[in-house]
Unconditional design. Sequence first.
Length: 117
Amino acid sequence: MKIPKHPTLIRRFLQARQKQLQAQCPVLAASLVTIRRTCGNPNCRCARGQKHLGHYLTWKLKSKTHTAYVPVDLVPQAKQWTQEHRRLKQVLHELTQLALALIQTHVTAQRRKRGRS
Ligand SMILES: [Zn+2]
């Protein structure tokens, strides 16, 4: 995103992103990962190299990583919900950049009005 210079434009950008802040589905602040693993049964195909695929969610809480198993039929939902979190995080980041730009252009405009540049 390129941040506009003019306050009116910045406000317009801000309003557009405020609307994007509405969650379209549940929001899941975690990463969906696929792990290949063996189940421990020496007679299973995984012992001969064909490992099982497992889907997990991982997230950090107080600098500790947590993991949760995701049943295969819930993987599409988990994917959508984590993507929604990523989207919202990006919108929040852009809102912050724009709000800061608005404050900074205000300061510059005030200085200009007082004859300092
Ligand atoms: Zn196995």
